[in-house]
Design a protein around this ligand. Sequence first.
Ligand code: WT7
Length: 625
Amino acid sequence: MQIKSFEEYQSWHKESIESPDTFWAKVAENFEWETKWKKVKSGDFNDINFKWFEGAKLNITVNAIDRHVKKSPHKKAVIFEPNQPTASQEFLTYQQLSDEVCRFSNGLKSLGVQKGDVVCLYMGMTPELLVATLACARIGAIHSVVFGGFSATALSDRINDAKAKILITHDSVFRGTKEINLKDICDEALKTSSVENTIVARRSMKNVNFNVDNDIWWHDLVDKQLTTCAPEIMDAEDPLFILYTSGSTGKPKGLMHSTAGYMVGTTFTFQNVFQTDENSIYWCTADIGWITGHSYLVYAPLISGVTTVMFEGVPTYPDASRFWKVVEKHKITHFYTAPTAIRALEACGIEYTKNVDLGSLKVLGTVGEPINVEAWEWYNENIGKKKCPIVDTWWQTETGAMMISSLAGITKTKPCFATLPLPGVDPVLVDAEGKEIEGNNVEGNLCMKNPWPSQARTIYGDHDRFIATYFSTYKGMYFTGDGCRRDEDGFYRITGRVDDVINVSGHRIGTAEIENAINEHEEVFESAVVGYPHDIKGQGIYAFVISDVSGEQITEKIKKIVTEKIGSLARPEKIQVVKNLPKTRSGKIMRRILRKVAANDYENLGDTSTLLDPKVVEELIEGKL
Ligand code: WT7
């Protein structure tokens, strides 16, 4: 079901808001169901128990695999581009994907994995990760993919929180020139968490510690398995996966997504935003460890029956022409990446975009953080050659699918604007008191008025936190945590987070999480972390730390402890040792001031009169890095 004109977009959007049941039933007709739904939508944002397609039964992998195997078994489902460039093509057809997924599904079953069990995946970006993800869905196990850049402590926290039964990993993998010893990290994580078995896939062939009682080689497990496995028939609202993300308090949240609504929402948005067709060769550069990889590398492209490309490496290895050489090699038609990658490649120089044939490209996409005008123009001119529409897609781990985005070639684009809400999405801007800000040319906090099919259903094991985080700030609305402007044409531009979450290279990190890690160091009394503008990463991490020790003696230790507790993605770029933090009389840290100081914006510090000791601000500025 594809929108083909702007008028059609307008009428579909109108219908989706006025008669959501009729609208989404029409969309859902395009999928394969074991049993159809009795009711399309129930629940609202007052009673946080919304459900979609109740009564329906299905398996998402039947939609992603089986129905394409019937029609076009030899079509390429997945193209794999390894870290080390090669001339040859590695791929899986839909038939081969089906065989591999079924074999691994049977392997999981042979270990006793059942519907509803949680399986944790901590792997590099190879086809085994995609196969394992789909195998979980095939047998009704809940996958919890943890990004391979997280530390052993972070992995252990996630395994324990989700009570995962099985862990799947690689021996070690290469990203660029860096080797990541995944199995070693798993061994470390399992000292403080328990799973019954660890399945280890071979990649680097490195020697790893192998515990014969609990560890199983992937190849041994699948060796004897059949290439057919009947799909577990799931209820529409049965959980599909858990994915952890950061919030404004310390502990990461395991967002839980359910089956039918997620399938319908991700696939519908994919086909409409990117305007793909059956010949599309689509490449999303995200890691499967993030929601972008789940929704728009694995599920939506495969359910749509296109060819999805999976890349193991990094944009700058062997050099900054890698992305464009991959585009040329596989004749990519649709390319989806993050602004931080665009800025990093822009900084390497324009010569890397020359002498490569980018003529196959039709549509470009961005996701993960606000894009700046310069990067947008660079992408448009040097990669799209001004003939490819750019879709700037705003959404979140919580939303499951894209929410605000142009439709390629249909919606007018404006640099840096996500533009207009997709069908089913009913955004509002509200002021600090929660009053709706009407009209155009306004700015406020972005909320949603109505549920949509692909939204997360709960935080695993903590529904109260789910309600408190998203539905309590503004009554009867979902609060996104983002600030947003609506311009004179009613187009939306996301301005960034308004809570204590920062976005570093498109990775979302809670400042409280970093502070907790820093505060564990015995030489630290207190700390406060904020984001500051960073040319490449979008935001950098700035830590103000109270300690008796100064200089590299302490900063190196702080970097180390953050890397151990969370991962190098959370390591602060700047660490300023201070005597005091700006606190109100009630002891609350005034982060607004810290953010201004970190950004060198000393002119607009705002009202500092409520500070316990206003002199603190001068000290901060004096010691500024
Ligand atoms: C946060 C969600 C959605 C997949 C990747 C990130 C920011 C996301 C955009 C965009 C401006 C964006 C928001 C959002 N964000 N896309 N196109 N323009 N900001 O998912 O890790 O859940 O982070 O990323 O601040 O709240 P996530």
